[in-house]
Design a protein around this ligand. Structure first.
Ligand code: SF4
Length: 257
């Protein structure tokens, strides 16, 4: 029996951004020829790695140990200049140091870390819904908090967490895996040390599940050979732009004849 296809927040978000991009990455598999490293991805990966080790060690690392781990985990890819890399490097170091203080405060509240960088999936019928959860904490009252780290410039609001595709998918997965347990989601903003949370109600979770089933079916059954690139705002920052530009130039040349 063939394996069920898997849809993740990244896959779904890519499709919603541009179906052609989805085809290039997941069906044509040409991403490696186009997708470039970016400073924020490199910094994000470094920070995730450092925080993963910190929690794996039971949150007992000193500031010096965390900074050493940060230096050892540093990913240099994607920076435009040495000055830019240094700027990101300094900002990241501040983030991990202030994270340590916040983690100590949280330890006093007897919150237990249940999972770190955990891939979890649930069967949605036609496909598996899968997500890689940065961290899941269990609170003393039994509730589960899924936490995602963000290192971007903007502080998220509870409304943004509530409308975040990945955070809602993570909640859905945990709700299925832990029925009768309260689940909520938090984005932890590493630059400011602030957090914003949101929780799917029963009704919202049901509606979100229905929407996902519909969207999943659309993603899986779309005829990708028939779709053509269309210019949108997403093209401005897209790694595949040169490929689509070539297509548009060819189309324009054909239209002239
Ligand atoms: S350049 Fe535009 S049309 Fe082409 S893959 Fe990227 S977002 Fe899609």
């Amino acid at each position: 029996m063939p394996r069920k296809p898997t849809l993740s927040p990244t896959r779904i978000a890519t499709y919603l951004e541009c179906a052609v991009k989805y085809r290039y990455i997941y069906l044509d598999r040409i991403g490696r020829f186009y997708i470039r490293a970016r400073p924020y991805y490199s910094l994000g990966s470094t920070l995730h790695q450092v925080l993963h080790v910190f929690h794996q060690e039971g949150g007992r690392q000193s500031a010096e140990q965390v900074v050493r781990s940060y230096e050892q985990s540093w990913i240099s890819a994607g920076y435009e200049s040495a000055a830019q890399e240094q700027e990101y490097r300094d900002a990241g170091k501040e983030m991990v140091i202030s994270y340590l203080d916040a983690a100590k405060e949280r330890a006093v509240l007897a919150i237990e870390t249940l999972y770190l960088e955990k891939t979890m999936s649930v069967d949605m019928g036609e496909f598996l819904l899968s997500g890689r959860l940065d961290r899941v904490d269990r609170h003393p009252d039994g509730s589960l908090e899924v936490i995602d780290y963000k290192s971007g410039r903007w502080e998220p609001t509870p409304e943004e967490v509530a409308s975040d595709l990945a955070m809602n998918i993570y909640q859905l997965i945990l709700r299925r895996q832990f029925p009768q347990t309260r689940v909520f989601a938090t984005i932890y903003h590493l630059r400011s040390g602030t957090r914003a949370s949101a929780e799917l109600s029963e009704e919202e979770a049901e509606r979100f599940t229905r929407d996902l089933l519909e969207l999943g079916a659309q993603i899986l059954h779309r005829d990708y050979q028939q779709i053509e690139p269309v210019r949108t705002a997403a093209c401005d920052d897209c790694d595949f732009r040169s490929r689509c530009e070539r297509f548009w130039r060819q189309q324009e040349a054909l239209d002239r004849f």
